[in-house]
Ligand binder design. Structure first.
Ligand code: NAP
Length: 243
């Protein structure tokens, strides 16, 4: 596959693994990041080593002007947009619904829902020659995450609905929209939610008996982006070891 791929939240975790695999598979990659410029530049250097054109662009996906500027800059520097991996996302620390306040709800929904919608919108506006969007949802959307973060699960359910609705809206323009739903994946997101050991604690609840890797999620994303998935849209690939 060739052309420009934007990966939001590409500075680490699933986004970084996706950027690297995309570079290997022939995409030119725009690595979006929020705070960690050095990490994003590291991913860009590794993409270039793999033969891709690549650049890092800062944008907070919650901020409409940032998102528009991200897409403008990426297209200016790297050519017409052919792919988007809508990956940037956050969780908040473990809490029951009874203890979730409005400030936390807004924080989670602003990144995970508003950010995903704004980036999907820019992709839909700019993929004139067709393209592919992969939203990074979560198995949480289906499982509900009781006692941990039902707010995050509900935000990811909104991403699933975005996937279904947008896929139908843009199918006639040659744009495919799908999602992956990762399960328990070894990344920093668990530490940012206050429990660095979460994957190890919950691994016994996974039918395959282990957490997954960011690279295993990236493989599914790259397949959905590729021509091998040419008749797949509005669909979900669970990457969750059976959980
Ligand atoms: P991670 O390691 O915590 O990385 C999160 C990424 O999102 C970072 O690159 C971060 O950028 C970026 N980000 C956060 N807020 C942002 C904002 N406002 N604007 C732009 N970028 C922002 O997380 P991960 O585990 O790789 O998760 C990636 C996606 O997979 C998320 O959508 C997550 O919900 C989903 N997911 C993860 C798991 C799992 O078990 N890990 C399971 C299911 C779904 P900076 O570093 O620059 O701040």
């Amino acid at each position: 596959m060739s052309g420009l791929l934007i990966v939001t939240g590409g500075s680490r975790g699933i986004g970084a693994a996706t950027a690297l695999l995309a570079a290997e598979r022939g995409w030119d990659v725009c690595v979006n990041y929020h705070r960690d410029r050095d990490a994003a530049e590291g991913v860009v250097a590794a993409c270039r080593q793999r033969g891709a054109s690549a650049d890092a662009v800062r944008a907070d996906v919650r901020v409409e002007a940032d998102v528009v500027a991200l897409f403008d800059t990426a297209v200016q520097r790297l050519g017409p947009l052919r792919g988007l991996v809508n990956n940037a996302g956050i969780v908040a620390p473990k809490a029951s619904v009874a203890d979730i306040d409005a400030e936390r709800l807004r924080r989670v929904f602003e990144v995970d829902v508003v950010g995903a919608f704004l980036c999907a919108r820019e992709a839909a506006r700019r993929m004139g020659e067709g393209g592919a969007v992969v939203n990074v949802s979560s198995r949480a959307a289906v499982l509900g995450s009781p006692g941990e973060y039902v707010d995050y699960a509900a935000a990811k359910a909104a991403v699933d609905t975005l996937t279904i609705g947008l896929a139908k809206e843009v199918a006639g323009s040659g744009i495919r929209v799908n999602a992956v739903r990762p399960g328990l994946i070894e990344t920093d997101i668990h530490a940012s939610g206050g429990e660095p050991d979460r994957v190890r604690r919950l691994a016994p609840t996974v039918p395959m008996g282990r957490g997954g890797t960011a690279e295993e999620v990236a493989e599914a994303i790259l397949w959905l982006l590729s021509p091998a998935a040419s008749y797949v849209t509005g669909s979900f690939v669970d990457v969750s070891g059976g959980r």
